[in-house]
Design a protein around this ligand. Structure first.
Ligand code: ADP
Length: 479
């Protein structure tokens, strides 16, 4: 009983009919706890409570929002080790990365605490005499927030913080694989004196909670991060309800390495971008597009470095690459490793390995000799696997980089000002990196992509206002 973790609904910890075990991917015998698996009816109660609380919160002093967001940030900071350890244990991210992600969550709350008192608006004259025009950003109401397992503390933070900063209520549904971090965050928000019912957390199956959120009349908008098929279905059902929707989905991000690149910088950016966090980042580099003059040296150096990477349990101090997050993900990754070999690639690494405990450990994989058209080089894998495609020129590199259904992040390693500038102009992606890994972003600037990677307004920075507010234009005659 003690180990049961409940949903947060209408300001109370709410018992569920069913609970799911949360297990450690570094050691499947380690059960972290039992977490509520809610029902559609829970969403209705949560959304009604959020709507009621939001009406009051939106009209209260802005300083209340600032103080609340800063208190949440301070509590995350105070509990960084505890949250980071939970993250490493339930998701498999190595502890330093997990701690870094937790600190990032606190920084995001602090950023949006400050944004709450600088919500922009316009005061203009009218084309009519004695009339003034004012443009303000109103909250949208209650936002449904659906998050994935790969950044279980940072992504909830970058959706909940702006929701609150711009005056909204929240119904939050975390990923089934990582309820532990979500529960800690909900506890922090609750204990920070958040108005009762303003932020609710309903853990449970996406196929149950998601549709209930879309259908609920009290939920005005949905912000989602996850897979392309789920996102596409969400967009369709939100359109039918005329609900605002923001989607962040997959990527198959290219990293171009030109002949003139600094080899060390290129290898470092590729190694980090593709394999750190076990490749489980939507911004991970998973297509290395390498010019023929540097190709062989690049392969030699990269594979040498890959062989030294220490794969193991996330909480072990020497580990650099933690386990794959679940048995299902590991099966998928191994399937792509087999497919790449079948398609004619020389596969370096990629095999499942044993660790000191029974976990989902896999060596990073490089698919040498890949061709742009291969399925193993086109579909999103979401694991420590990268295809390596040889090209003859800058123009061919750009064409291959853009030849994808996705458009999240795109990188180039070069010392040429001309090529880096040209690449930034031509890359069909929401984010472009020069001599940096495709993954690893700041929190005060927009995050998002193009094509099948994203849909709707951008997240993060002041651009977040676009989704979390709705514009109102008012006219006043005072003649
Ligand atoms: P992943 O492959 O990363 O698990 P998903 O898109 O399946 O990607 O999951 C991302 C989030 O979407 C999770 O919180 C999951 O529970 C949720 N989800 C799954 N199915 C649905 C659905 N039909 N409607 C809304 N959310 C869903």
């Amino acid at each position: 009983m003690q180990n049961k973790h409940h949903n947060l609904i209408a300001g109370e910890w709410h018992q569920a009919q069913n609970y799911q075990a949360n297990t450690n991917p570094s050691d499947v015998s380690d059960v972290i706890g039992l977490y509520a698996s809610g029902e559609a009816a829970d969403v209705a109660v949560a959304a009604a409570a959020a709507a009621e609380a939001q009406r009051i919160y939106a009209r209260a002093a802005l300083q209340d929002r600032v103080d609340l967001l800063n208190r949440i940030a301070a509590a995350i900071e105070a509990r960084t080790t505890e949250i980071g350890t939970m993250l490493a244990r339930e998701e498999g991210k190595v502890l330093p990365e997990a701690i870094g992600e937790t600190k990032r969550a606190a920084q995001i709350f602090r950023f949006f605490a400050a944004e709450a008192i600088r919500i922009p608006g316009d005061a203009l004259g009218s084309v009519r005499k004695d009339v003034d025009v004012e443009v303000v950003r109103d909250p949208i109401g209650v936002v449904g927030i659906i998050t994935p397992w790969n950044f279980p503390i940072a992504i909830p933070a970058w959706k909940i913080a702006p929701a609150l900063a711009y005056g909204n209520g929240v119904v939050f549904k975390p990923a089934e694989l990582t309820p532990g971090c979500a529960h800690l965050l909900a506890e922090i928000i609750h204990d920070a004196g958040c108005p009762k019912g303003l932020v609710n957390m309903v853990m449970g199956r996406g196929s149950v909670i998601g549709p209930a959120m879309v259908a609920d009349p009290n939920i005005a908008a949905i912000s989602f991060t996850g897979s392309v098929p789920t996102g596409r279905n969400l967009a369709l059902s939100c359109a039918a309800q005329m609900k605002k929707v923001q989607l962040e989905m997959g990527g198959r991000n290219p990293m171009v390495v030109l002949d003139d690149a600094d080899l060390n910088i290129a290898v470092e950016a590729c190694l980090n971008g593709a394999f750190f966090s076990t490749g489980q980042r939507c911004t991970a580099s998973s297509r290395f597009i390498v010019q023929d003059g540097i190709h062989d040296r690049f392969v030699e150096e990269l594979t040498k470095r890959m062989a030294t990477l220490r794969v193991g349990p996330a909480l072990e101090a020497t580990t650099q690459i933690g386990p794959v997050a679940s048995a299902g993900q590991l099966d998928g990754n191994l399937g792509y490793v087999a497919l790449a070999a079948k398609e004619g690639c020389e596969v370096v690494g990629g095999e499942r390995i044993n660790g000191p405990t029974e976990g989902y450990f896999q060596r990073p994989a490089l698919f040498v000799g890949a061709k742009a058209g291969m399925t193993s080089a086109r579909e999103e894998i979401f694991g420590p696997c990268a295809s390596l495609i040889k090209v003859g020129s800058f123009e061919e590199a750009v064409a291959v980089a853009n030849d994808t259904e996705f458009g999240l992040s795109s990188g180039i390693c070069t010392q040429s000002l001309k090529y880096s500038r040209e690449f930034r102009r031509q890359a069909q992606a929401g984010m472009v990196m020069v001599n940096l890994a495709t993954a690893g972003v700041d929190y005060h600037v927009p995050f998002g992509g193009r094509k099948a990677s994203s849909y709707g307004p951008r997240e993060q920075g002041r651009y977040a206002a676009e989704f979390y507010t709705t514009v109102k234009t008012s006219y006043v005659y005072a003649g």
